[in-house]
Design a protein around this ligand. Sequence first.
Ligand code: F6R
Ligand code: MG
Ligand code: MG
Length: 380
Amino acid sequence: MGDRVTVSVIKADIGSVAGHSRPHPKMMTKCADILRDGVKGGTIDDFYVTRVGDDVNLYMTHSRGENDKTVHGLAWEAFQSATKEAKQMKLYAAGQDILTDAFSGNVRGAGPGAAEIEFTERGSEPLLFFMADKTEPSSFSLPLTRIFMDPFTTTGLVIDPRAHLGFKFEIVDVCDSKKIVMCAPEESYDILSILGDTTRYAIKRVMSRIDNIGVAAVVSTEKLNLAAGKYVGKDDPVMVVRCQSGLPAVGEVLQPFMFPQLVAGWMRGSHHGAWYPCSVEDSDPSYFDGPPRIVCLGFQISNGKFQGLEDPESPPGIHTPIDYFAGSVWNEARRRATKVSIYIRGHGPFMPGILSPEEMEYTTRPSVLGKLKERMEDIE
Ligand code: F6R
Ligand code: MG
Ligand code: MG
């Protein structure tokens, strides 16, 4: 067992080229420059800058724990610097997620999203980083329950004595701003009974029931918490999952994404679409601002730093992860997701093509109903 390490993924949509598509390379370079300074200044130990669709994702390792003011401040500075570039080029939605000019010590609630996980580094520590575009945090509930609760997905739950103990789930109720920890397998049906309502409940964390492992997975749920009482959470979530040696294997974690699940978000944050697994390169929204994308990158965490395919001596920030959904086996999921998305688009502005009224991010219904009020008559 090694030292405590914190992995922080902080993400924001701060502008892109030709609509809500892909950030400009100059914005990515600006972020990398700021994070490199952060390594030099001792705020973080290592970093990686990437994106999914129009969202810039900053991966950082450090030893400062979750919600650290200096680490969040560094991410904020990176987003501000990249926003300046975006504004100079008059890119679309430049600075969209930088909602406030004054940084108050934490990005949570300020616009960017964050998934942070602190753990004691094991002998070998494989991590998967999932980044979604055009959907919401509760979209991760279905795959997470399959991964950590379903023995027909994760055979390890049946045949690995350490995973056989089951897992604990921290579930948030976004309407009442409440959270609860529940245990599987004994509370599995209760857990599913709650999580099935993706408009209200989402998984924030999954914890191992073996003492020395700790948190196994974490999802960004910022805007959901912020908007308690009102559901406006199509905030393009990220998720970090630790794998292997008593936790689900990498292959068990990836498997549920072969099912092109219908998720809420897509065009104008107001439609259902099928989750499309793809590479970073293939994540530009290309059909009706979507379909909603899911990308998965894999790294080892090695002595508090990212280890990918590059030379272990490479400078901080220079990394090559495994881009898991790039592979041809995922063509099948992509084909099915495309078919399902075309099918549901056939509903046009009707449900279930569009979301339920309370979930729509764009709506004219209140003003239309207001205008028609006088003309509405009682039915005899
Ligand atoms: C943005 C997104 C898009 C926009 C849509 C309308 O991430 O998902 O679907 O909601 O393109 O954007 P505006 O209102 O900026 O024209
Ligand atoms: Mg956007
Ligand atoms: Mg986005």
